[in-house]
Design a protein around this ligand. Sequence first.
Ligand code: KG4
Ligand code: ZN
Length: 340
Amino acid sequence: MIVLGLESTCDETSWALVRDGSEILFQTIASQVDLHALYGGVFPELACRRHVDVLIPLLHQTLIGADLALDDIDLIAVALGPGLAGALLLGAAGAKSLALALQRPLVGVHHLEAHLYSAVMNRDLADFEGLGLILSGGHTLFVEIEQMGSYRLIGQTLDDAIGESFDKVAVLLGMTYPGGEKIEQLAKRGDPIRYAFKAPGLKDRPFAFSYSGLKTAIAQMVFKMGGEKKLTDRDRCDLAASFQRAAIETIIAPISRYFKDTGENLKHKRLLLGGGVARNEALRATLQSAFPQMQLLAAPFDLCSDNAAMIAGLGFHRFQNNAPSGLFQSTRPKWPITEQ
Ligand code: KG4
Ligand code: ZN
């Protein structure tokens, strides 16, 4: 079965043609980073307008790349949320119009579930169970995967998402959005313990994450050092490395507490990792060494950031499992992964 997937939840427009849930025939991704760099983060209204501009030309490129025609498509899958309200509406309208014109079924997909699916897309589907960690620009979530479509929330961020904190700290250090990759590169040359930034102690919410305090600590340190313009290359590298260390510790701490609390009752031996921040190699290495008892299944690098292949792949399975389909599905900007 050939599935056409569409992703437009935030600042990437992406189409993909995927056979039987895993074989990527062709994928296109139009990134909008040039547009948002000026503002230090995603400017929602501009994101929507750019989706309108590129949606149809990009679909043509995708079909040409896969050497397929519209008629070859068997199913259309679209991310219906969570995400920016306007961006979701555009994607949904595009996908619904196509489904109607081609008389093909349409399945709505949860964007965060798709990030988890990307960790097993090239593997046996039986691997799609265990614990799941979604680390992206908009979300920081730790879940138990009961089965596809069914999740139990263990913890999530109380404020900023981890990717958002990388982006904001990059701006504090004088770099442009998006900052994750830039921080990671600087951190490779820096001293991670020069600054004693710490993961927050959230006593009442042991499995939750929080990033706003860490971001404020960096802002105050930069201010104390005379402002961003006064920073030397060494300062920047050390600040980036110390921030990245603390940001990763902020992920490790609640997971460790969860393992400790669950003890003998822990039934899972596998941790699925997806989302843009999963590209970070220091994070992957730390997770692997902190939890040697777990098999870490991280999404391949090219499927970590927002992409339509994961939407088409998951859409295939959701459709087979009789997930809601049809033209009357609504977009859900704030769609909890536990409500499917
Ligand atoms: O999953 P994604 O493409 O979009 C959302 O659904 O949010 O994630 C984008 C986020 C951005 O915040 C970006 O800075 C971050 O992922 N990111 C990274 C790295 N590459 C991308 N963060 C840390 N290290 C990286 N290498
Ligand atoms: Zn995402």
